[in-house]
Design a protein around this ligand. Structure first.
Ligand code: PLP
Length: 479
């Protein structure tokens, strides 16, 4: 494709994307595709000769769009809001269009230094202290793995340079809330700690936040048995109910035992942009690392996850490689992001945040986050006031966790816990099958509930009101 051909095709495609975004509200929210439908609908042989853009776009309309759950729908209330900002879509397009390759500072100085600028902007906007240094990773899962590797090496005095964990006399232990996201145990396992050395610490039964005294007791037990506390993961905004572990108390306990503190604020981190929410993040400046995802509620398009650390030298010592073909005369005086994480090659991801922040502006982003918080409080209030409905957890941000608890009967019988679970799953499925809205059920403390995650860019109060009507009607029909 020549630049001239690209220009023509690009104009057409941008028009198509803009039209698509305009018609999203009319589309079924949940993909109504059966497994294998998409594969069957697409040509089986790879093209030997060029297709036309028109044919390709026709397939987008015919197969791809119907094969997607509409995350940008105003009636999308499932997992978490994500990927919204069209300004950041332009940044993503620019990133690909520039064709830049980030492998060292010298391969793309602007790629490196813009990443320094935008991570610094986000540090300021979120009120984090100046001592933090950030990089953009693909996901919070990768960020947490990097943090666990750094924690492992700090605790073991760089065992990677000897026999690794396999050569160590004592096991190293990591602690987290049982409500932590599944990426946390995954990172712990991949970093080589082993399942037997992952402790789920007790939580407060009302807030579902980690109990610091249980943490202290678990660490003391491990030390007495000859094990070494290496890290604790603080969840700020758990996936299920947006619980916030008490950071200052956890940091104090971790310090007593010399353990690294990683803060996972993947979903909730966007709230740090709001001064009125910062109290939820008190104490994070005393942690060793913090990760959060602008590609969630903030709306920057994937893959834009931030990992900040305080001790860059330590991170670089754990991650650095120095093959001769990447060396240059500026080494030592510039940031080499290849030494801040796992991959060598990096995309020009900073452009997504740069476009998003410059074209939308922080003020509008904050206003949107506040709108979502107010919508969540509105829904929480009507649920609280409605007989037969209950809030499962405190509503601290934009996620409202609910259950419909019929007082009469479910299937002719008084609902015991299993019948209530069946009822919950049944009305959620009925609601989602309408295509008019999409919410997700989840297990919480062993029982099913429904998470209403508010925050799609297009979601206004009227959409939340419509959802509430739909919840009430489907839940009462399913009774
Ligand atoms: N942590 C929390 C609290 C999450 O909610 C999620 C995703 O939902 C993650 C981590 C993982 O995020 P990612 O998909 O960026 O790895």
């Amino acid at each position: 494709m020549t630049p001239e051909e690209f220009r023509a095709a690009g104009h057409e495609l941008i028009d198509w994307i803009a039209d698509f975004r305009e018609r999203v509200p009319e589309l079924p929210v949940r993909a109504e595709t059966e497994p294998g439908d998409v594969r069957r609908a697409l040509a089986t042989a790879p093209p030997e000769t060029p297709d036309s853009l028109a044919d390709l776009v026709a397939d987008l309309d015919r197969v791809i769009v119907p094969g997607l759950t509409q995350i940008q729908s105003p009636s999308y209330f499932a997992w978490f809001p994500s990927n919204a900002s069209l300004a950041s879509v332009l940044g993503d397009l620019t990133s690909s269009g520039l064709g830049a390759l980030g492998i060292t500072w010298q391969s793309a100085p602007a790629l490196t230094e813009l990443e320094e600028v935008v991570t610094e902007w986000l540090r300021e906007l979120t009120g984090l202290a100046p001592g933090w240094h950030g990089a953009i990773h693909d996901t919070a899962s990768s960020g947490c793995l990097v943090a666990m590797l750094a924690a492992r090496e700090r605790a073991s005095s760089f065992s990677e340079m000897r026999g690794g964990l396999q050569g160590e006399p004592s096991p190293y232990v990591v602690y987290s809330s049982p409500h932590a996201h599944s990426s946390i145990p995954k990172a712990v396992l991949l970093a080589g700690f082993g399942h037997d050395n992952l402790r789920y610490v007790g939580t407060d039964p009302a807030t579902f936040a980690m109990d610091p005294e249980s943490l202290r007791a678990a660490m003391a037990t491990d030390v007495a048995a000859g094990r070494v506390p290496a890290a604790v993961v603080v969840s700020l905004g758990t996936t299920g109910t947006t619980a916030f572990d008490p950071t200052p108390e956890i940091v104090a306990v971790a310090r007593e035992f010399g353990a690294w503190v990683h803060v996972d604020a993947a979903m909730a981190g966007s709230a740090m942009l709001l001064p009125e929410c910062r109290h939820l993040f008190a104490g994070v400046d005393d942690a060793d690392s913090i990760g959060w995802n602008p590609h969630k509620w903030l709306g920057t398009v994937l893959d834009t996850s931030l990992l900040y650390v305080r001790d860059v030298d330590l991170l670089v010592r754990v991650m650095a490689t120095n093959p001769s073909y990447l060396q240059s005369s500026v080494d030592g005086s510039v940031v080499q992001y290849k030494d801040w994480g796992i991959p060598l090659g990096r995309r020009f991801r900073a452009l997504k945040l740069w476009f998003h922040l410059r074209l939308d502006g922080a003020e509008a982003i904050r206003a949107r986050l506040r709108r979502d918080l107010a919508n969540a409080q509105w829904l929480a209030a009507v649920v609280r006031d409605e007989p037969e409905w209950e809030l499962v957890a405190p509503v601290l941000l934009q996620t409202v966790c609910v259950r419909h608890v019929p007082t009469t009967s479910v299937g002719g019988a008084v609902p015991d816990a299993d019948a209530l679970d069946a009822h919950t799953r049944s009305w959620v499925e009925a609601l989602n099958a309408t295509g008019l809205a999409f919410v997700t059920p989840a297990l919480h403390e062993g029982r099913w509930m429904v998470r209403v995650s508010i925050g799609a860019e297009a979601t206004e109060r009227s959409d939340v009101e419509r959802l509430w009507q739909l919840m009430r009607s489907t839940a009462s029909v399913s009774t």
